[in-house]
Design a binder for this molecule. Sequence first.
Ligand SMILES: [Zn+2]
Length: 197
Amino acid sequence: MDLFNIKSSYTYTCQVCSEVTIRNTATCSGLQESINGSSIETIIINNRVRTIERKCNSCQQDTNQIKREEFSSLPDILMVQAKRFSSYRTGTNQSFVKQKNWSEINPNNAIILTNIKYILKSVIVHYGKISNEGHYIVAFKDANGDWLNCTNNLIRKSDIPMTGYIFLYERASICAIKKPLLKPIVCETKNPIFRNH
Ligand SMILES: [Zn+2]
């Protein structure tokens, strides 16, 4: 089994002649998802089916086809990136600007994909308007199930983040046997102490 790799197979159904074409596996190391739902689980499910224009061998022309993706192999660590940025070009410079339809996403403590249960472990959050500016922080769940925010050299308790950019899930069977490698230092005070490296 792969650590990150996801293998998918695709079927295309022509809306004119109903011919079904099967394209076997494509591999990716994480899901990049349009924000097409209010939770990660619904986003992943909703994005697996869509209508595209594609050449039909039977009709001999481009037709509307329903594209369905099925996961044929799922990894130990599932990485899901919400498409929160749009490409923006000024002259020769290209930047990635946060989309105006920015919305909260329920990260789901657990999701089920093709009968495999994944447990949410970590969420990367971006603050700012442009992807290569602003600030990235990581929130992660400790062994007791409490959420901790980690920003530069500070770790403190937090709520589960609703404005995530990248979401990391672990297969439930692995969650049950793995022990955390490090015990984080948690700052309990409201005025956090900054620690030097
Ligand atoms: Zn056709």
